[in-house]
Design a binder for this molecule. Structure first.
Ligand code: NAP
Length: 270
């Protein structure tokens, strides 16, 4: 596919990732939550049929991991059934769907996960709802790319880098968990990768920046007053997997997260 020759629709256009996707696909039709509610099947079918795109990129989701524990029904509607409706609409018009899923579909009992590993027993509601979304897409559509990503940071949304910078100014020491491991990923790098993935075969992809770290190691690259702690010292409503390292065996790898972080910090200071 070549940008400009295909009609692209971006759903969730003003989210953190959606914002950078819109830069990569400037001619795309862009829908925000105000324009479409993906939990409304009729609206999804009608909008997608009317726009009639060749490629639909869905970055809409309910991403508040703690909030999902309190609002399970909403989580399953937005992250589970919504992507299923989008897939059904894509099938109707013969469009390709690119959808984003998460490392949290895995339970974290293995150190690393490749694309063909079968997710079982996600340990929080967000992970379970996102897994349902994957399953609904696979059930309803043949031409899809489900891209599992992790630890996203981008200039246009709430993210770990911004939280660390804020906390660092507010307190003398910032406690950060040092026993959960993953791969931070910059929305700009991910957005730039989407066109390449749209040209690959249907299936599941793992796309992250390279480099594995703990949240504490990630924090230490951002601020100077991070101190390590354990998950037990930092209890939250939603459990997090110990290891949620996504291994990419299907596409070319992206740069190290430390390089990407440098660009992010430059971007936010401009
Ligand atoms: N952030 C991460 O660390 C991370 C990690 C792994 C995977 N992912 C996945 O990556 C994708 C993009 O995440 P992100 O961080 O960019 O998310 P985000 O910033 O929270 O953006 C999500 C967008 O979806 C919209 N939305 C929510 N409910 C909707 C509904 N019912 N109908 C239509 N739009 C709705 C939101 O609009 P409102 O805000 O106006 O409601 C928001 O604009 C998601 O699929 C997410 O699950 C994210």
């Amino acid at each position: 596919m070549v940008v400009g020759t295909i009609k692209t629709l971006i759903i969730g256009a003003d989210g953190m990732l959606g914002f950078d996707l819109c830069k990569v696909f400037p001619d795309a039709v862009k829908l925000t939550h105000k324009d479409i509610d993906i939990t409304d099947k009729e609206q999804v079918m009608e909008s997608i049929q009317k726009i009639n795109p060749d490629l639909v990129i869905n970055s809409a989701a309910y991403t508040d991991v703690e909030g999902c524990e309190d609002h399970q029904e909403l989580a399953f509607k937005v992250n589970g059934y919504g992507p299923g409706y989008i897939a059904e609409a894509c099938k109707e018009i013969g469009a390709t769907l690119i959808h984003f899923s998460t490392d949290y579909v895995f339970d974290g009992s293995k150190k690393e996960y490749i694309e063909s590993d079968t997710p079982a027993d996600p340990i929080n509601v967000y992970g379970r709802s996102k897994l349902l979304g994957e399953q609904k897409i696979v059930e309803n559509l043949d031409d899809y790319r489900i891209i599992r990503i992790s630890w996203l940071f981008g200039i246009h949304g709430k993210n770990f880098v911004e939280t660390m910078l804020r906390l660092s100014g507010e307190m003398s020491q910032v406690k950060v968990v040092n026993d959960q491991f993953g791969k931070p990923t910059y929305t700009v790098d991910l957005a730039n990768k989407i066109l390449e993935i749209s040209e690959l075969e249907t299936g599941i992809y793992h796309v992250t920046n390279e480099g594995i770290c703990s949240w504490y190691e990630f924090a230490s690259a951002i601020i100077s007053n991070a101190v390590p702690c354990t998950s037990e010292e930092f209890l939250r409503k939603a459990r997090r997997p110990k290891y949620s390292v996504l291994v990419n065996t299907k596409t070319s790898s992206m740069r190290h997260w430390k390089e990407a972080l440098k660009d992010y910090l430059k971007e936010r200071n401009e």
